[in-house]
Design a binder for this molecule. Structure first.
Ligand SMILES: [Fe+2]
Length: 106
């Protein structure tokens, strides 16, 4: 079990680095006036997107809780509604389920 958790931590670190690298490459591409250089950088940025997809696939295979979050719909919209509740405080605590970030209000 611990090995799986260690591996998930490693995979999430890889995923984070891949996402950061996309941003770095896109920023670098925007800074060059040379179209060939920009094309090359954008090409490798696209490869990083493939690495993101691959890393996510492996993570999903190892973390079924994470995998279940894909295809579940726009969950973040529900969180946004909780973060910006209607003016009526009486409805605030009704029919609430835990969502990402919902515990921050406590
Ligand atoms: Fe990569």
């Amino acid at each position: 079990m611990k090995k799986t958790n260690d591996d998930l931590i490693i995979l999430r670190e890889i995923l984070a680095r891949e996402l950061e690298t996309i941003n770095v490459y896109q920023n670098l591409a925007s800074r060059t006036a040379n179209a060939d250089v920009a094309d090359f950088i954008n090409h490798i940025a696209e490869e990083e997107k493939e690495h993101v997809a691959e890393a996510m696939e492996v993570i999903n295979q190892m973390d079924h809780s994470q995998a279940s979050r894909f295809g579940a719909g726009a969950h973040w919209r529900q969180s946004a509604e909780i973060s910006n509740p209607s003016p009526s405080p009486s409805t605030k605590s009704q029919d609430r389920s835990f969502t990402v970030g919902s515990l921050r209000e406590k």
